[in-house]
Design a protein around this ligand. Structure first.
Ligand code: NAP
Length: 272
Protein backbone atom coordinates (compact mmCIF):
# COMPACT_ATOMS: atom_id res chain seq x y z
CA UNK A 1 0.00 0.00 0.00
CA UNK A 2 1.29 3.41 -0.93
CA UNK A 3 -1.57 5.56 0.27
CA UNK A 4 -3.79 5.23 3.33
CA UNK A 5 -6.98 7.02 2.39
CA UNK A 6 -7.79 8.65 5.71
CA UNK A 7 -11.25 10.16 5.88
CA UNK A 8 -10.71 12.36 8.91
CA UNK A 9 -8.59 14.92 7.03
CA UNK A 10 -11.19 15.05 4.26
CA UNK A 11 -13.95 15.64 6.84
CA UNK A 12 -11.90 18.41 8.49
CA UNK A 13 -11.53 20.15 5.15
CA UNK A 14 -15.30 20.03 4.53
CA UNK A 15 -16.01 21.28 8.06
CA UNK A 16 -13.60 24.17 7.55
CA UNK A 17 -15.43 25.07 4.33
CA UNK A 18 -18.80 24.99 6.14
CA UNK A 19 -17.56 27.25 8.92
CA UNK A 20 -16.86 29.97 6.37
CA UNK A 21 -20.44 30.05 5.08
CA UNK A 22 -23.07 32.45 6.28
CA UNK A 23 -25.82 32.68 7.30
CA UNK A 24 -25.45 29.69 9.57
CA UNK A 25 -27.82 26.80 9.02
CA UNK A 26 -30.04 24.65 11.24
CA UNK A 27 -30.54 20.93 10.77
CA UNK A 28 -33.79 19.40 11.98
CA UNK A 29 -33.55 15.80 13.19
CA UNK A 30 -36.51 13.51 13.76
CA UNK A 31 -35.86 10.43 15.85
CA UNK A 32 -38.42 7.84 16.88
CA UNK A 33 -37.27 5.64 19.76
CA UNK A 34 -33.62 5.22 20.68
CA UNK A 35 -31.49 2.50 19.17
CA UNK A 36 -27.77 1.96 19.81
CA UNK A 37 -26.87 2.47 16.09
CA UNK A 38 -28.79 5.72 15.82
CA UNK A 39 -27.42 6.94 19.16
CA UNK A 40 -23.83 6.74 17.95
CA UNK A 41 -24.80 8.32 14.60
CA UNK A 42 -26.51 11.16 16.49
CA UNK A 43 -23.47 11.62 18.69
CA UNK A 44 -21.32 11.93 15.56
CA UNK A 45 -23.72 14.46 14.03
CA UNK A 46 -23.70 16.58 17.20
CA UNK A 47 -19.90 16.61 17.28
CA UNK A 48 -19.52 17.50 13.60
CA UNK A 49 -22.33 20.08 13.70
CA UNK A 50 -20.71 21.82 16.64
CA UNK A 51 -17.36 22.00 14.77
CA UNK A 52 -19.09 23.22 11.58
CA UNK A 53 -21.17 25.77 13.53
CA UNK A 54 -24.44 24.22 12.40
CA UNK A 55 -27.35 24.34 14.86
CA UNK A 56 -29.51 21.32 15.56
CA UNK A 57 -33.23 21.11 16.27
CA UNK A 58 -33.86 17.65 17.65
CA UNK A 59 -37.33 16.15 17.86
CA UNK A 60 -37.47 12.87 19.76
CA UNK A 61 -40.61 10.76 19.82
CA UNK A 62 -41.46 7.65 21.82
CA UNK A 63 -40.69 4.31 20.17
CA UNK A 64 -44.41 3.48 20.01
CA UNK A 65 -45.59 6.92 18.85
CA UNK A 66 -48.66 6.58 16.60
CA UNK A 67 -48.32 7.11 12.84
CA UNK A 68 -50.29 10.38 12.81
CA UNK A 69 -48.18 11.87 15.59
CA UNK A 70 -44.97 11.10 13.70
CA UNK A 71 -46.29 12.50 10.42
CA UNK A 72 -47.71 15.63 12.09
CA UNK A 73 -44.42 16.24 13.91
CA UNK A 74 -42.50 16.11 10.63
CA UNK A 75 -45.09 18.47 9.07
CA UNK A 76 -44.80 20.90 12.00
CA UNK A 77 -41.03 20.93 11.82
CA UNK A 78 -41.17 21.57 8.08
CA UNK A 79 -43.68 24.39 8.43
CA UNK A 80 -42.00 26.00 11.44
CA UNK A 81 -39.50 27.73 9.14
CA UNK A 82 -36.83 27.08 11.78
CA UNK A 83 -34.88 24.41 9.92
CA UNK A 84 -32.99 24.38 6.62
CA UNK A 85 -33.13 20.62 6.20
CA UNK A 86 -34.65 17.57 7.90
CA UNK A 87 -32.90 14.30 8.69
CA UNK A 88 -35.08 11.27 9.42
CA UNK A 89 -33.12 8.93 11.63
CA UNK A 90 -33.52 5.24 10.93
CA UNK A 91 -34.76 2.82 12.06
CA UNK A 92 -38.30 4.16 11.86
CA UNK A 93 -41.41 2.25 12.91
CA UNK A 94 -43.16 0.25 10.18
CA UNK A 95 -46.26 2.44 10.52
CA UNK A 96 -44.23 5.44 9.28
CA UNK A 97 -41.88 4.17 6.57
CA UNK A 98 -39.14 6.49 5.39
CA UNK A 99 -40.62 6.74 1.86
CA UNK A 100 -43.83 8.24 3.25
CA UNK A 101 -42.07 10.60 5.63
CA UNK A 102 -39.65 11.87 2.99
CA UNK A 103 -42.62 12.86 0.82
CA UNK A 104 -43.79 15.02 3.75
CA UNK A 105 -40.30 16.50 4.19
CA UNK A 106 -40.30 17.35 0.48
CA UNK A 107 -37.40 17.77 -1.92
CA UNK A 108 -36.41 21.23 -0.66
CA UNK A 109 -35.62 20.11 2.88
CA UNK A 110 -34.31 16.66 1.90
CA UNK A 111 -30.84 16.95 3.41
CA UNK A 112 -30.20 13.24 2.92
CA UNK A 113 -30.83 13.29 -0.82
CA UNK A 114 -33.29 10.40 -0.61
CA UNK A 115 -36.41 12.13 -1.96
CA UNK A 116 -37.41 10.58 -5.32
CA UNK A 117 -36.85 13.97 -7.00
CA UNK A 118 -33.26 14.18 -5.75
CA UNK A 119 -32.60 10.52 -6.53
CA UNK A 120 -34.03 11.09 -10.02
CA UNK A 121 -31.68 14.03 -10.50
CA UNK A 122 -28.77 11.80 -9.48
CA UNK A 123 -29.86 9.27 -12.10
CA UNK A 124 -29.98 12.05 -14.71
CA UNK A 125 -26.48 13.17 -13.76
CA UNK A 126 -27.83 16.56 -12.70
CA UNK A 127 -27.92 16.10 -8.96
CA UNK A 128 -27.96 19.06 -6.62
CA UNK A 129 -28.30 17.04 -3.42
CA UNK A 130 -26.30 13.84 -3.26
CA UNK A 131 -26.89 11.13 -0.66
CA UNK A 132 -24.31 11.58 2.05
CA UNK A 133 -22.38 8.30 1.79
CA UNK A 134 -21.89 8.37 -2.00
CA UNK A 135 -21.03 12.05 -1.57
CA UNK A 136 -18.46 11.09 1.07
CA UNK A 137 -16.89 8.63 -1.41
CA UNK A 138 -16.70 11.37 -4.07
CA UNK A 139 -15.18 13.82 -1.57
CA UNK A 140 -12.57 11.19 -0.68
CA UNK A 141 -11.75 10.64 -4.36
CA UNK A 142 -11.51 14.38 -4.92
CA UNK A 143 -9.19 14.91 -1.97
CA UNK A 144 -6.83 12.08 -2.94
CA UNK A 145 -7.04 12.93 -6.67
CA UNK A 146 -8.47 9.55 -7.60
CA UNK A 147 -9.81 9.98 -11.13
CA UNK A 148 -12.38 7.33 -12.10
CA UNK A 149 -12.42 8.31 -15.79
CA UNK A 150 -11.97 5.22 -17.95
CA UNK A 151 -11.23 3.04 -14.91
CA UNK A 152 -12.82 -0.32 -14.34
CA UNK A 153 -14.77 0.50 -11.22
CA UNK A 154 -16.51 -2.33 -9.42
CA UNK A 155 -19.09 -1.62 -6.71
CA UNK A 156 -19.96 -4.47 -4.36
CA UNK A 157 -23.51 -3.92 -3.06
CA UNK A 158 -26.60 -2.42 -4.73
CA UNK A 159 -28.31 -0.65 -1.83
CA UNK A 160 -30.47 2.39 -2.53
CA UNK A 161 -28.31 4.53 -0.26
CA UNK A 162 -24.84 3.51 -1.46
CA UNK A 163 -24.33 1.13 -4.41
CA UNK A 164 -27.04 2.30 -6.82
CA UNK A 165 -26.60 6.07 -6.46
CA UNK A 166 -22.81 5.72 -6.48
CA UNK A 167 -22.92 3.72 -9.73
CA UNK A 168 -24.95 6.51 -11.35
CA UNK A 169 -22.66 9.22 -10.03
CA UNK A 170 -19.55 7.49 -11.31
CA UNK A 171 -21.20 7.08 -14.71
CA UNK A 172 -21.80 10.82 -15.11
CA UNK A 173 -20.19 12.55 -18.04
CA UNK A 174 -18.20 14.83 -15.79
CA UNK A 175 -15.31 15.09 -13.38
CA UNK A 176 -15.48 12.17 -10.96
CA UNK A 177 -17.53 10.31 -13.50
CA UNK A 178 -16.78 8.61 -16.82
CA UNK A 179 -15.93 5.36 -15.07
CA UNK A 180 -16.76 1.96 -16.50
CA UNK A 181 -18.97 0.70 -13.71
CA UNK A 182 -19.94 -2.85 -12.72
CA UNK A 183 -22.31 -3.38 -9.80
CA UNK A 184 -22.26 -6.74 -8.00
CA UNK A 185 -24.66 -8.17 -5.42
CA UNK A 186 -25.48 -11.39 -3.61
CA UNK A 187 -26.59 -13.16 -6.82
CA UNK A 188 -23.48 -12.23 -8.80
CA UNK A 189 -21.62 -15.27 -10.12
CA UNK A 190 -17.82 -15.53 -10.11
CA UNK A 191 -17.52 -12.48 -7.89
CA UNK A 192 -13.75 -12.69 -7.50
CA UNK A 193 -13.28 -12.89 -11.27
CA UNK A 194 -15.08 -9.54 -11.58
CA UNK A 195 -13.51 -7.78 -8.60
CA UNK A 196 -10.02 -8.85 -9.73
CA UNK A 197 -10.49 -6.69 -12.82
CA UNK A 198 -11.25 -3.59 -10.76
CA UNK A 199 -8.90 -0.62 -10.86
CA UNK A 200 -11.17 0.87 -8.22
CA UNK A 201 -13.12 -1.42 -5.90
CA UNK A 202 -15.83 0.08 -3.70
CA UNK A 203 -17.36 -2.25 -1.13
CA UNK A 204 -20.68 -1.75 0.69
CA UNK A 205 -22.18 -5.10 1.64
CA UNK A 206 -22.31 -5.19 5.43
CA UNK A 207 -20.19 -8.36 5.77
CA UNK A 208 -17.21 -7.89 8.10
CA UNK A 209 -13.83 -8.53 6.43
CA UNK A 210 -15.48 -10.28 3.46
CA UNK A 211 -13.08 -8.95 0.83
CA UNK A 212 -9.64 -10.52 1.10
CA UNK A 213 -6.56 -10.29 -1.10
CA UNK A 214 -7.95 -12.92 -3.54
CA UNK A 215 -10.59 -10.38 -4.60
CA UNK A 216 -8.06 -7.71 -5.46
CA UNK A 217 -6.01 -6.83 -8.51
CA UNK A 218 -2.43 -5.83 -7.72
CA UNK A 219 -2.31 -2.03 -7.37
CA UNK A 220 -6.06 -1.51 -7.01
CA UNK A 221 -7.65 1.35 -5.11
CA UNK A 222 -9.94 -0.08 -2.44
CA UNK A 223 -12.69 1.99 -0.82
CA UNK A 224 -14.43 0.30 2.09
CA UNK A 225 -17.84 1.74 2.98
CA UNK A 226 -18.78 -1.03 5.43
CA UNK A 227 -19.21 -0.33 9.13
CA UNK A 228 -19.75 -3.52 11.12
CA UNK A 229 -19.20 -4.68 14.64
CA UNK A 230 -17.12 -7.80 15.05
CA UNK A 231 -15.94 -9.06 18.40
CA UNK A 232 -16.63 -5.68 19.97
CA UNK A 233 -14.64 -3.78 17.33
CA UNK A 234 -15.70 -1.66 14.37
CA UNK A 235 -14.59 -3.31 11.17
CA UNK A 236 -15.12 -2.77 7.47
CA UNK A 237 -16.28 -5.11 4.71
CA UNK A 238 -12.65 -5.42 3.62
CA UNK A 239 -10.04 -7.44 5.48
CA UNK A 240 -7.57 -4.58 5.74
CA UNK A 241 -4.57 -6.67 6.82
CA UNK A 242 -5.05 -9.14 3.99
CA UNK A 243 -5.55 -6.50 1.29
CA UNK A 244 -3.24 -3.67 2.29
CA UNK A 245 -0.02 -4.93 0.67
CA UNK A 246 -1.66 -5.76 -2.62
CA UNK A 247 -3.57 -2.51 -3.02
CA UNK A 248 -2.16 0.84 -4.11
CA UNK A 249 -4.48 2.78 -1.83
CA UNK A 250 -7.02 1.71 0.78
CA UNK A 251 -9.39 3.30 3.30
CA UNK A 252 -9.10 2.33 6.96
CA UNK A 253 -12.20 1.42 9.01
CA UNK A 254 -12.85 3.23 11.28
CA UNK A 255 -11.45 6.54 10.05
CA UNK A 256 -12.31 6.17 6.36
CA UNK A 257 -15.51 6.90 4.44
CA UNK A 258 -17.61 6.78 7.64
CA UNK A 259 -15.84 9.77 9.11
CA UNK A 260 -16.68 11.89 6.03
CA UNK A 261 -20.38 10.98 5.85
CA UNK A 262 -21.65 13.36 8.55
CA UNK A 263 -19.67 16.28 7.14
CA UNK A 264 -21.05 15.43 3.68
CA UNK A 265 -24.57 15.42 5.13
CA UNK A 266 -24.09 18.85 6.71
CA UNK A 267 -22.68 20.23 3.47
CA UNK A 268 -26.03 19.32 1.85
CA UNK A 269 -27.69 21.83 4.20
CA UNK A 270 -25.89 24.63 2.39
CA UNK A 271 -26.58 23.05 -0.98
CA UNK A 272 -30.31 23.07 -0.19
N1 NAP B 1 -19.84 4.78 5.77
C1 NAP B 1 -21.11 5.12 5.89
O1 NAP B 1 -21.42 6.25 6.15
C2 NAP B 1 -22.16 4.08 5.65
C3 NAP B 1 -23.43 4.44 5.19
C4 NAP B 1 -24.34 3.42 4.87
C5 NAP B 1 -23.99 2.09 5.08
N2 NAP B 1 -22.76 1.80 5.61
C6 NAP B 1 -22.33 0.42 5.83
O2 NAP B 1 -22.17 -0.20 4.57
C7 NAP B 1 -22.51 -1.57 4.63
C8 NAP B 1 -23.58 -1.89 3.61
O3 NAP B 1 -24.73 -1.10 3.82
P1 NAP B 1 -25.72 -0.71 2.64
O4 NAP B 1 -26.87 0.01 3.27
O5 NAP B 1 -24.98 -0.10 1.51
O6 NAP B 1 -26.19 -2.13 2.07
P2 NAP B 1 -27.39 -3.12 2.53
O7 NAP B 1 -28.70 -2.45 2.38
O8 NAP B 1 -27.02 -3.72 3.83
O9 NAP B 1 -27.30 -4.21 1.37
C9 NAP B 1 -26.17 -5.01 1.21
C10 NAP B 1 -25.82 -5.16 -0.24
O10 NAP B 1 -24.71 -6.03 -0.35
C11 NAP B 1 -25.04 -7.13 -1.18
N3 NAP B 1 -24.39 -8.33 -0.65
C12 NAP B 1 -24.59 -8.92 0.55
N4 NAP B 1 -23.82 -10.00 0.67
C13 NAP B 1 -23.12 -10.10 -0.48
C14 NAP B 1 -22.17 -11.03 -0.96
N5 NAP B 1 -21.78 -12.08 -0.23
N6 NAP B 1 -21.65 -10.83 -2.19
C15 NAP B 1 -22.04 -9.77 -2.94
N7 NAP B 1 -22.94 -8.86 -2.54
C16 NAP B 1 -23.48 -9.03 -1.32
C17 NAP B 1 -26.55 -7.26 -1.12
O11 NAP B 1 -27.00 -7.94 -2.27
P3 NAP B 1 -28.58 -8.17 -2.57
O12 NAP B 1 -29.08 -6.84 -3.04
O13 NAP B 1 -28.59 -9.20 -3.61
O14 NAP B 1 -29.20 -8.58 -1.26
C18 NAP B 1 -26.96 -5.79 -1.06
O15 NAP B 1 -27.01 -5.23 -2.34
C19 NAP B 1 -22.93 -1.81 6.08
O16 NAP B 1 -21.80 -2.26 6.79
C20 NAP B 1 -23.33 -0.43 6.57
O17 NAP B 1 -23.17 -0.29 7.97
C21 NAP B 1 -21.85 2.77 5.88
Amino acid sequence: MQILLKGTIVADKIIQRLKDFSPKRTLGIVRVGSYPGSSSYLKGIKKTASKAEVSLELLELEKNAPEEEIKNSVREMKESGKVDGILLMEPLPTCAPIQELIEIVGKDLDVEGIHPYNLGKTLLGASEIIISTPKAVLELMDFYKIKPEGKNTVILGRSNVVGKPLANLLLRKSQFGNATVTVCHSRTKDLKKITKKADILIVSIGKPQFVTEEFIKEGAIVIDVGINEKEGKITGDVDFESVKDKSYAITPVPGGVGSITTAALLSNLYQL
